[in-house]
Design a protein around this ligand. Sequence first.
Ligand SMILES: [Zn+2]
Length: 392
Amino acid sequence: MLRHLFRSRRRLDTNELPDLTQPEGRFDFASSLDTKAAIDELSHVVRNNSEVVEIYLALGSLYRAQGEIERAIQIRNNIIVRPGLAPEFRARAYYELGRDFRRGGFLDRAENALRQAERLGGRTASLLLERARLAAQGNDYTQAAKLYAELEFPPAQAHYLVRQSQEERRNGNSSQSERTLRHALKAYSGSVEAWLERLIRLHDLDDAERFGKAMREALEQVPDHMRFAVLEGLMEHVRQWRTAALPSGVEESCDESAALESAPRGGLTDDELKREIIPVLDERQPDAMLSYYGAMILQAGGYGAVARAWLERALSLDPDFWLARLELFSLARRDQNLTPFFEEQLEFFINKARKVKRFVCKRCGLKRDTLFFVCPRCKSWHSITFRSSIDT
Ligand SMILES: [Zn+2]
């Protein structure tokens, strides 16, 4: 019926040839139809009929996906005001309306729409998930954690407990902040975010002994595929911490390091980091990724020769590990007698290559050069992987 509808519009509206590059019957939202009129027309065919309402709702979601929020909202409202519609459809329309409003950044209206959806359709999993995402978007981490707990999804629950704990710490409420962080680890002992936060705090406190213990525990508890994120996040924090410790005028300091500006400096030295981390990584060999991170820590501490051995091990375990190869190459060139010209060219290429995005979402393929715990594109949790091979 819908296909018929589109076809007849095409005939009525235009003498132009249909777009032959499109598969037959495909609805080209972007250009060839007067979409507003199509929506109006479609709204007349909506009856208390699950198939048609579903299609109509799906059309609204396509608009939302294209960023045409107003049109998506118009569709939901057309359904909601229709008399005699079964409550389950109205609930669905409110639910989608809530998602439209959230996408448009109207968080209060999203909240209201979802409340209506819950009243009509109950606390379904998809409703709870949407409410959890809304709470997270509005920085209500406590509420987000609660909702993910109700959804029985501890990785996200722990993630938002960590965010809550960070906020409590920023507000000077350190004992509550520690309690919340412990709660996060209790909710999910493999939480990379929670372990990372604990390690960062112990680093900042200059507590080498507890740091070493926490590192060992972290690498035991965090799932294998996420262990690199503990080391990556820690190294990034150490970089920021030290940048913030430099005299002012350093451009790169992000808001987090700016918040630390007034904190007394300290933190573990490169030697302490090496002493506490390297034995823990050594225990977990053979492992190409941990060898690579070990090499980075050794290199920072000035242990170039050992770093080379660790990089060589990483490459023997995974010959495609391009970043390990690059770092090995970078270390080895110091032994070469290069002309200044050659040295300059190499430096250029090495620095360029280091800027290649190292992380990729295994679900949707999004590439990033910084850590992410929820994929910014497909919203998958902990789907980040290290691109050890350059052709992935
Ligand atoms: Zn993704």
